[in-house]
Structures are given as C-alpha cells and as structure tokens.
Design a protein around this ligand. Structure first.
Ligand code: HEC
Ligand code: CU
Length: 488
C-alpha cells in the first residue's frame, strides 16, 4: 500500500472513530467489544462469603485466585522489629511486616472487600502504619492505621483496580521506616485471575544505609546522612545480600513458564531489573495493564512494581541483577534462578570459555571447572595488573579475607602485612591454586581452617596476588602468569 492510500485510510479511520464517539454519547453502543472493567464497575461488585487471606514470606506467593468470586477477605499482618543478618557477620535491626523483608505477600482479586488488621507487637519500640498503593483512600490506609506497640487497628477497603502494588509503612520519618525494610507487595488479580503459569515468585529490591561501609561486621545502625545522600551501602533482593542466592535461589525446570512479581521498596533507588541470560517474554510495565514483550531490562521505580513473565528454555544458573551493575557485584543486588533439566543445544550450545559474562558473580561458586589452566599472556602493565587484581579480589577473596585484607580474627588470616604471604611467593601461588588446609601461623596467630581452591586462570591469579602484594603494607612482589604456570 502506498503512503497516500495509507493516509487516506487513516483519515477515514479517524472520521469513523469520531462518528463512533458521537453515537456513543447519545445512546448505548451495543456492538462495542466488551469494555474493560473500570474502577466504577468494580465498586459495584457484590462480594460473596468470607475468607482468611493466605500470607506468604518471600520468595513465595499464595495460590492464585483463579475463578473465585469477589469475597470479604480478612488480612492479619503483624509488625515485628527484629534483628537479622544483612550479610555474614553484619547485623541489622529490621522493621518488618510479618517478620520478613519484604513483608508478607497479599493476594486478592478485584472487587474484594478487605478487612485489614494491623498488629504492632508489644516488644516493638515504635508506632507504625501501612500505606497500600492498592487502596483508594486517604494515605492509602496510612491515616487510619497508625498503631502503637501492643495495639492493633482494623480498617477496610475495596480493591478497585487490578495490578501489583507496593505497600509500605508511612510513619515519620517515612524514609527511615522504609529503609529499615517496611515494604511489601499486594496483588489484585483481574476477574477470572491471571493466566496460569508453572511457577510464581516474589522478589523485592531495597537499598540500605549503615554506619559502617559494606561488609563491616557487627550491629550496623541506620545512617540518616547516607540515606539523605542516597549513598547506599547495600542494595539487595529480599532483604539480605544472600536473600536470593544459593540455597535461597528460586528454581524452575526447563520448559516451565515463570512469573516474577518484582517490587522495589526503595527508599531511594530505581531498579534496572535484569536476568542475565534471559529475555522477558512479557512485562506488565509498572505493574499495570500495559504489556511490553521481548524485554531485556525493565525499570522498577522506587515504590513501584512489575510482573515479569518468561519461559525457561535451557538449564543453568541465571543471575538476577539490578543492572546498575556495581550494585549487583559490590552491594548485593544479585540473585539466582536455578533451572534444572536437559540441555537444549538448539537454544544454547556454548562452550564455557574465558571471558564469558556469567562467571562474574563472586557468589557463584559452582561455575564449571574448565580451561582454567590456560595461560593468558596479555603483557599487562603493573598498574593494569593491580586494577584487574583488585576486581578479582573483590569478587573472590574479599568474602573471607575482607576488603582491606584484614581477615577475621581466628577464622580467616590477614593478607595485610602477612608474614606468611611475604615470606614465600610460590607458597602463596600454590595456596590460591590448590587451596590450603591445616595449621598455619600468620603474624604470630595460629589458624587451622580450610581455604577452598580458587577456580581462576593463571592471569587472574597473577593479577590478584600482584594486587595483594602491592597493597596494605606488603612487599610489592609482582606475580606473572608464567610464575603461576610453574606452580600448577
Ligand atoms: C572461602 C574463604 C576464602 C576465600 C574465598 C579465599 N581464602 Fe585465602 N584463606 C582462607 C583460609 C581459611 C585460609 C587459612 C587456611 C588454613 O588455616 O590452613 C586462607 C589462607 C590464605 C593465604 C595464606 C595465609 C595468609 O594470610 O597469608 C593466602 C596468601 C590466601 N589465603 C590468599 C587468598 C586469595 C588471593 C584469595 C582470592 C583469590 C583467597 N585467599 C580466597 C579462606 C579463603
Ligand atoms: Cu513503620
């Protein structure tokens, strides 16, 4: 069709549309395709019966509403202020809806009448409330739900619009309550329910601000100044650095369809949600009705959510990240989807080689042991080796030997000013290649623990040791890939 007839057709279309709108104004248009349910229509839905809402901790969600009719739904949510672990040895006082971060997942359908009871545990120190983005009313419920420790309040609302909505505490200082973990998701399914899928999971990102920097041990209080500057120490999925990693990973089988309810509690940062090695078949943008297809990375605003759907075609570990990538590899915004099943060579038949993207996650300990013996001679300058070595260190050694090589007393020996390290470079190389076990003495302190062998190639080992030797008061030895090769 040429452009002229096209534009003529368009004009005709516009005229017909205008005509249609005119007739719509004067009489009921019986021939129009079924209109979507509006909030006004939902308001008129008469509920049948009563039910107690099932609440689930992340990453799980209650069972789908399916074909059930709108009902009177009782939700009982308990606020708990409780100590938890941000990452190994780092403690944080979380404020939670239901004992988890994010809070319990609430699943409803459009037209439900929710009788919501918010309980503030007597051991808590502070008053709290709840603002649900699924509520049409003052403060999203916050105005009616302020509750002191040892008290409970009940209020009710009707769900008028389908979607996936954030809820959060809105007690002053609001930012602080959210920063401490007071957020979660409430799903309002459309009439007839969402299309069925094989697996559904609940993931929520949040940013945390602590007195100490990333990884600093001990009880870490909230830092208002860093929060004001939006300078997060931790950006995590499901409340903890390992909230969605290894034994906390979400799982599926090859061929299954997956729906992720992904929220972002903030308080500050916007998430560039991405699953490495997957393409989202469908994204309910911002949790609403608009569906985008074939999406690589979707933005989840602070205080917003999305529904992300895809089928898994190949087995493997798919790494879930905030693609603002320093957050993923350095602040904790990294999770895993483990897919089991038969290889599908049509879809993916890659050989694992040097330079593949996947192995970057320091938390991925099960990467295939292949080709690590290859020497990669790149003729790097010392500065380049140190820079590359630092990046190997922060994703591999850092977890045990700590950010400044200081180690952890009695468990992980220091690399900073380590007499053991500085005495014998070949022994250090062998330690990284083969691991180390049994009693050793470092700076007059005895250690008797196990270091697992590090799955790194010669260049990486050369770089990381060069970085270590040229940091924290060590003796500035330069390690070449050839020296590593000789110790294999
Ligand atoms: C999972 C924890 C862990 C990781 C990761 C780890 N180490 Fe170790 N490392 C240890 C432990 C534990 C020991 C002491 C083993 C013993 O007691 O025999 C040790 C000992 C050492 C030593 C000798 C003792 C010293 O303090 O000088 C060196 C050198 C060393 N590690 C370097 C590294 C480097 C480089 C990396 C990263 C490529 C690394 N380690 C990763 C746990 C770890
Ligand atoms: Cu609160």
């Amino acid at each position: 069709m040429n452009t002229k007839t096209q534009s003529l057709k368009n004009k005709l279309g516009v005229m017909l549309l205008a005509l249609g709108l005119l007739t719509l104004g004067s009489c009921q248009n019986k021939d129009a395709k079924p209109t979507k349910m509006t909030a006004d229509m939902a308001e008129k839905i008469v509920v049948k019966g009563e039910a107690q809402a099932e609440l689930t901790p992340p990453p799980f969600v209650p069972k789908p509403v399916g074909k059930r009719e709108a009902t009177k739904l009782f939700v009982n949510l308990e606020i708990l202020e409780q100590e938890g672990e941000m990452v190994d040895g780092v403690k944080y006082m979380y404020w939670t809806f239901g004992g988890t971060v994010p809070g319990s997942f609430i699943r409803t359908r459009v037209g439900d009448e929710i009788e919501f009871t918010l309980k503030n545990h007597p051991d808590n120190k502070l008053p709290h409330n709840i603002d649900m983005h699924a509520v049409t009313g003052p403060g999203g419920g916050a105005a009616s739900s302020l509750v002191a420790p040892g008290h409970e309040v009940t209020f009710s609302f009707k769900t008028l619009q389908p979607g996936i909505y954030v809820y959060h505490c809105a007690t002053a200082p609001v930012g602080m309550h959210i920063a401490n973990g007071m957020y979660g998701l409430i799903l309002v399914e459309p009439e007839g329910g969402l299309p069925p899928v094989d697996k559904e999971y609940y993931i929520m990102q949040g940013d945390f601000y602590t007195k100490g920097n990333y990884g600093e041990k001990g009880m870490q209080p909230f830092d208002m100044n860093k929060a004001l500057k939006e300078d997060a120490d931790y950006v995590v999925f499901n409340g903890h650095v390992n909230g969605l990693v290894n034994e906390n990973a979400i799982t599926a089988k090859v061929g299954e369809t997956i729906r992720l309810f992904v929220g972002n509690g903030g308080p500050n940062l916007v998430s560039s949600f991405h699953v490495i090695g997957e393409i989202f078949d469908r994204v309910h943008v911002e949790g609403g009705d608009l569906v985008n297809e074939n999406v690589q990375t979707t933005l989840i605003p602070a205080g917003g959510a999305a529904m992300v759907e895809f089928k898994v075609n190949t087995p493997g570990t798919f790494v879930i990240v905030d693609h603002s990538i320093f957050r993923a590899f350095n602040k904790g915004a990294l999770g895993m989807l483990k897919v089991e099943g038969d290889e599908n060579e049509k879809v993916f038949a890659g050989k694992i080689k040097e330079g593949i993207y996947l192995p970057e996650g320091g938390t991925i300990q099960n990467m295939p042991k292949t080709e690590t013996k290859k020497v990669v001679i790149e003729d790097k300058t010392l500065a380049q080796q140190i820079a590359d070595g630092k990046s190997v260190f922060t994703r591999t050694c850092f977890a045990c030997h700590q950010s400044e090589g200081q180690g952890i007393e009695g468990i992980f020996p220091p690399l900073a000013k380590s007499d053991y390290l500085n005495a014998d470079v070949n022994r250090a190389i062998k330690t990284v290649i083969n691991g180390l076990q049994g009693e050793i003495t470092v700076n007059n302190v005895k250690y008797n623990s196990i270091m697992t062998s590090q799955n790194l190639n010669d260049q990486e080992i050369a770089d990381v040791l060069t970085y270590v030797y040229n940091s924290w008061g060590n003796n500035k030895t330069v390690v070449s890939p050839q020296m590593v090769q000789k110790n294999r």
